[in-house]
Design a protein around this ligand. Structure first.
Ligand code: RUG
Length: 821
């Protein structure tokens, strides 16, 4: 019997019915008495119903047409909230709002019920989320793989100005977006040992025995593209015990003991490691990496086997696998294990398949962020994989390296997959480059430095394998969703096509000269500043004027990002205001948002210092409204969505050569926030696009940094030569701000005694001068607004649709497959 089709129409009335049905039949609630959360869940489910049909259609069409698919492997996805994004992308926002309105509910109020899905640390995880949006939007067959963390990035609170971390139980009440797929559960092996056996034909085979087993349960989250019927999925693996509990122990009465294994197994997907850029060498982290990689590869192989009867040599023509940083790099020996040990392929054939399948994105040049695993740990957790890595290494060093540099042991040392100095470590970055056909950097400067510095020898060996793919952001979330007012003004002015072709934003260029357009643009900015001022009042208890210049630094707290350089300028200004109360200085609000890794002592000291300075400045009657400093707690995607449209100035002030790309810089520029920044990461390309007259560039270049270090950098030289700087540092490290002169000695010592590793002092004067230029420019509001409009108009290059189409063309060789209604 064919069931009656359910009404999944997009009209207001259909949506209304769906929401009511979910309230009644899924949640068991009455319309009259349902809670706000019930309404939010019912609305999500009504939208999910409409989306799932397209997910099934997309999957079926991709399978039937036998096209290559890309599998994006990432340990992090910083998705934020999904409801508004899904509504706007699917064109259901207005009808849903109307449907709820008729039932006396305000959609915008319901949106706030959604907890952020914060399964990432920062830029890398948010990039993965933007890429998922673009993959669906441009109709590419794709699956994202990751971990179903029970706890996302910690929730941050300030107690006496210091960061305190709390668990982020984002899905304590479940999530209406995720769907369990128990029929695709996978089993993963760990630990154990390797034995040599012989198969029926007498060929030697390695067998991994006496292992511990772990189960991976997949949860699918549909990814809705903008104005496209492609709905790809994000598949996240949850770790489960092999058996629910040990029956024998249970029968003997030791109930708690019986459940021990289950609890241990579940820790594997319990929590996201709260690092960004610095790696921790914890066993659990290696187990997490292998767990999700093994589940994902088994899933990919399963699909290849059931979908086709093709020889293994065709595997790369069906599956591309992108490694988001080295975190999933253990996928390379895992695929080798599957092909050689389980499928019996000859080594060379398997290696060719591997290299054709994998591609690797590098996201950092920071040496401390390059993952290395101690050989002894690796051997204990993944003994067979270590053997495979050794074999890959031996063949490589005796083959290509020896051929290119005969007898050169220094080259072998630098290219080896094993670091031998100071203990033995597996170098995951070298493994990733070697096991892939393509390695990309994430901005032009970063890629140049990869080729010239980090991977210089690999580049000399395999120049064709390296390419640049400058990062991007999805303009839907970072303009359409977070700034619908500006989005509407743009659409009214140049039409709607910019949402799919961001280069068309250039058509706004001439409107920068139109005073009426400028006035409307400026009003939208001011309205957002009023909203943010209210949030600041609520969260920080500080009253700020929306007419002040909102100066924003939002990103992870890290020395290389130099929040402490920003602080040096703030304290300098504070002193100037006290010394010269009548100076013509436009009122400014410095706004920070940042989490520090819980074990990163100096980063936490910097947070404390900023909060301590804020407390003094904000309560000093001599300062009044001229200067305010606020540190908004618990920075996350949904807060970024409120801050970015309200920002006037975007702080992108990393030491040149340290920030691989940055993507906050793109989001802020798109929303008309002018950049004050160094020539680092994607700032370089932002300057090229917006024009040097529409950005405030300062500081040393990469080459100058190298030169200065080669000469021997001594921060004390700058300290003694610059009285303002000296006074500023001395003031911060006095007892003035907290009553305790010891409090910020770690910061002072880092800047002076420990050599100022990120060159804050070297860039200080140039930064202060650039800030003075910002002040002067802001006073000319016509000029400022014009510059802001030109930023919005000229950053089309930074759409993640462009980035993803470049990956599809240059790395994955992937067709676009539009899905019909
Ligand atoms: O620090 C980088 C950013 O510069 C970059 O924009 C982002 C996305 O490519 O990735 C960040 N990143 C690098 N996050 N983690 C790492 C090191 O693993």
């Amino acid at each position: 019997m064919t069931p009656a089709p359910c009404d999944l129409g997009n009209s207001k009335d259909s949506l209304k019915n769906s929401i009511i049905n979910h309230l009644r039949f899924t949640l068991g609630a009455y319309v009259e008495s349902a809670s706000k959360n019930d309404w939010w869940v019912a609305t999500c489910l009504a939208i999910r119903d409409r989306v799932m049909d397209h997910a099934t259609k997309s999957r079926t069409l991709h399978r039937q047409s036998g096209v290559r698919r890309v599998h994006y492997l990432s340990l992090e996805y910083l998705m934020g909230r999904l409801l508004e994004n899904n509504l706007r992308n699917s064109g259901l926002y207005e009808s849903t709002k109307a449907a709820l309105g008729e039932m006396g509910k305000d959609l915008d109020a319901l949106l706030d019920c959604e907890p952020d899905m914060g399964l990432g640390n920062g830029g890398l995880g948010r990039l993965a989320a933007c890429f998922m949006d673009s993959l669906s939007t441009v109709n590419l067959p794709a699956i994202g793989y990751g971990i179903h963390y029970e706890f996302g990035l910690f929730r941050q609170e300030f107690v006496n100005g210091k960061q305190v971390e709390h668990p982020d139980a984002w899905m304590r009440d479940g999530s209406p977006w995720k769907i369990a797929r128990p029929s695709y559960r996978q089993t993963v092996q760990l630990y154990g040992r390797v034995v040599q056996k012989f198969d029926d034909c007498g060929h030697p085979r390695s067998e991994w025995v006496e292992t511990k087993a772990l189960l991976g349960l997949p949860w699918d989250i549909p990814i809705v593209g903008y104005d496209s019927h492609t709905v790809n999925v994000l598949r996240l693996w949850q770790a489960q015990a092999d058996e629910d509990f040990n029956f024998q122990v249970f029968n003997e009465g030791s109930y708690v003991e019986a459940l021990r294994d289950k609890a241990i197994a579940e820790t594997v997907s319990k929590v996201l490691y709260p690092n960004d850029s610095t790696e921790s060498g914890k066993e659990l982290r290696l187990v997490q990496q292998y767990f999700f990689v093994a589940c994902s590869l088994a899933d990919i192989v399963r699909r290849f086997k059931v979908g086709y009867t093709l020889p293994w040599s065709e595997f790369p023509s069906k599956a591309a696998i992108q490694l988001n940083d080295t975190h999933p790099a253990v996928a390379i020996p895992e695929l080798m294990r599957i092909l050689v040990d389980l499928e019996g392929l000859p080594w060379n054939e398997a290696w060719k398949i591997c290299q054709e399948t994998f591609a690797y994105t590098n996201h950092t040049l920071l040496p401390e962020a390059l993952e290395m695993w101690s050989v002894s740990l690796f051997e204990r957790v993944l003994p067979r994989h270590l053997q495979i890595i050794y074999q890959i290494n031996q063949l490589f060093l005796e083959g290509d390296v020896e051929a290119k540099w005969p007898g050169d042991s220094e080259k072998k040392r630098s290219l080896s997959l094993i670091e031998e100095r100071g203990g033995k470590y597996v170098r995951m970055a070298n493994l990733s480059v070697l096991g892939s056909h393509a390695t990309n950097g994430v901005a032009a400067l970063h890629t140049r430095l990869l080729c010239e510095r980090l991977f210089a020898d690999f580049y000399a060996l395999y120049p064709d394998r390296f390419l640049n793919l400058t990062n991007g952001i999805t303009f839907r979330r970072w303009l359409d969703v977070c700034n619908p007012q500006l989005s509407a003004l743009i659409t009214e002015t140049i039409g709607e096509s910019w949402k799919k072709n961001a280069d068309l934003l250039r058509n706004l260029d001439p409107h920068a000269d139109d005073p009426a357009f400028r006035a409307r643009y400026a009003k939208i900015k001011r309205d957002h500043k009023v909203v943010l001022a209210k949030i600041i009042e609520d969260e920080c208890g500080v009253t700020v004027s929306p007419d002040a210049l909102f100066d924003v630094q939002i990103k992870r707290l890290h020395e290389y990002k130099r929040q402490h350089l920003n602080l040096l300028n703030i304290v300098t200004l504070y002193r100037e205001i006290l010394d010269n109360p009548n100076a013509d200085f436009h009122p400014r609000v410095f706004i920070f948002g940042a989490k520090a890794a819980p074990g990163y002592f100096l980063a936490k000291n910097i947070i404390h210092a900023i909060n301590a300075v804020a407390a003094k400045v904000n309560n000093d009657p001599r300062v009044g409204d001229k200067l305010k400093v606020v540190f908004l707690p618990n920075y996350r995607v949904s807060l970024a969505e409120k801050i970015i449209p309200a920002s006037d100035l975007s702080e992108q002030i990393s030491t040149a050569g340290k920030e691989a790309s940055g993507t906050g810089n793109m989001k802020l520029a798109l929303n008309g926030s002018l950049t004050i920044g160094t020539l680092d990461g994607a700032n370089v390309e932002i300057e090229e696009e917006v024009g040097s007259e529409n950005i405030f560039i300062f500081g040393l270049t990469v080459e100058e940094v190298t030169e200065l270090r080669a000469k021997g950098y001594n921060p004390w030289d700058y300290y003694w030569a610059n009285e303002k700087l000296r006074n500023t540092i001395d003031w911060i490290s006095s007892d003035y701000f907290t009553g305790n002169a010891e409090e910020f000695q770690p910061l002072r010592r880092s800047l002076l005694d420990h050599g100022d590793p990120y060159l804050c002092l070297a860039d200080y004067q140039s930064y202060v001068d650039a800030q003075a230029k910002v002040d002067a420019t802001y006073k000319d509001q016509d000029k400022w607004v014009k510059m802001a409009i030109l930023n919005t108009a000229r950053v089309g290059k930074f759409s993640s649709d462009r980035t993803i189409l470049q990956y599809a063309e240059k790395v994955w060789n992937l067709p676009q497959v539009p899905i019909g209604e």
